[in-house]
Ligand binder design. Sequence first.
Ligand SMILES: [Zn+2]
Length: 316
Amino acid sequence: MELEVKRHIQIIGQDFDQGIFPNILDGGVLIPGARPIAPVLGKERGHYGQQSRQTEPPRTTGTSAASAASAASAASGAPGTSGSAAQVACTTADLEDEIDTLKRAYPGTQSYHQAYGVWLQIPCAVLHGLGYRAKFLVALNTSLRQVSAWGFWEAGDVSVRWIGDRHTNYGDGSICAFDGRDGTWQFGGSLITLADLYAMWAFRHLHLHVRGHWPGPQSAERRLERVYEFQPNEQCGCDTPSGTYENCCMAKDTAAELMPGPLELSAMRSNIRYALERQNRRPPAVIAELVSEANGMQVFPEFTPNLVDWVTGNWI
Ligand SMILES: [Zn+2]
């Protein structure tokens, strides 16, 4: 990896830790938000800095049932949620314009229409000069009004590697790029915003791999999850985070896990569920096959209620 790329990873990571979003160019190229580099190739599209449409990086969530349900509910724009009716694309046909716009912002994006939804393949550069790129396989289920997506690193035509394994993946290995409770994105919202969120999520995985910690806010209400997944210098993800994990909950979490005492049944169930998810966290075989194009024709499965379990991540 070139020094310049490593430098950008460090700078953008530090920005995330300070609550500053990167700028995102067409193709999903991240550049530092507060200190744009020059010359900048490509057209700058979104600025997620402090004066932009969002004020802080998305909290990436854990896999607690509450978080998953909440994220699914918010992402689905189910009746009773606060999605703007004008924004909501109700059918596959309604998504056409949105998909065309996405294809201009993320060149190379392909769409595969189904009776009850659309599969998208979105290539994403993540950083200039990285040497490989991300690819997102996105299932937009219009009948359920839900989205699930999986991220992969792709180098050349043959090398494809799942982006994981982290509590910021759901149990089915899919992307957990934001906490649904924050209202960051809802079904029917801009697909470019969604792809940008995935681009930032992929960057944060890259940062974890290169620099050893997850940059920026994250959410994990479960003590066991924080103990297993958090580095001391990562931001704490408890309900009332205060700085790094080391300076917030780490000592008390570790002590409590060493001497757990009696657990309420709900907490015990939650821990068991987390342990199972963590142990089995990976994409379903059909997703791995699709992304590697192993089935040649890339036959995408139809969206049916039978696929709900794995499409929504509640398959375990
Ligand atoms: Zn904390």
